[in-house]
Design a protein around this ligand. Structure first.
Ligand SMILES: Cc1cc2nc3c(=O)[nH]c(=O)nc-3n(C[C@H](O)[C@H](O)[C@H](O)COP(=O)(O)O)c2cc1C
Length: 181
């Protein structure tokens, strides 16, 4: 099995999403698995251009993976632009989705995608900030569009204070253990 591990936090060793995505990979990998890592901050992809479609390296790497683990911090209510640049290489008509007479059809079945979310606030249904949640909702929509139901592990309220941060990250790391079951 091949695991593709993507990270997109700018906060390095302090990053919660990196710690959680690393834990997800550690839980899911077993002896003979290959892990391919792509750090979108240390090696950023440029903004999408038409010319970029000629290079399918990023898409091929995604298609070759059985499992994809993504660290996704919330910045300004949505995903980092580094991660958007990666998604811009993944959403390719005729490769990962196609338009049919009955509507769009996802072409990437049979792949497991686990996303480690880290958010400074709380965005649960009914909360005052719920309408500003454009990270989990966006990523779910994008992966559904190409035929994948992603799984999420979330650490929330990380900007509230050190105690909340510590307990949220601990709880999320605990959730990663259950992913292997
Ligand atoms: C540039 C920047 C923008 C942020 N914007 C938001 C935001 O809009 N909403 C929110 O809840 N938290 C926001 N945060 C807080 C982060 O989501 C939180 O610090 C989280 O831990 C980031 O993930 P990381 O630890 O993996 O970097 C922001 C943090 C940074 C650095």
């Amino acid at each position: 099995m091949t695991i593709l591990h993507i990270d997109s936090s700018i906060t390095g060793d302090q990053s919660a999403s990196r710690a959680i995505s690393r834990s997800v990979v550690d839980q899911l990998r077993s002896g003979g698995d290959a892990v391919v890592s792509r750090d979108l901050v240390s090696e950023p992809l440029p903004h999408l251009t038409l010319d970029a479609f000629a290079d399918s390296t990023v898409l091929d790497e995604f298609l070759a993976a059985d499992t994809v683990v993504i660290g996704a911090p919330m910045y300004n209510f949505t995903l980092p632009t580094q991660l958007k640049a990666w998604l811009d290489r993944i959403l390719v008509a005729g490769k990962t989705f196609r338009y049919t007479e009955s509507g769009p059809e996802g072409l990437v079945g049979g792949k497991r995608v686990v996303i480690a979310l880290a958010r400074g606030g709380f965005y649960g249904a009914g909360s005052p900030a719920a309408s500003l949640e454009h990270l989990e909702t966006y990523l779910r929509g994008v992966f559904n569009f190409i035929g994948i139901e992603p799984e999420f592990v979330a650490a929330d309220g990380l900007a509230i204070g050190p105690e909340q941060r510590e307990s949220s990250v601990r709880e999320a790391l605990g959730q990663t253990v259950r992913l292997a079951a």
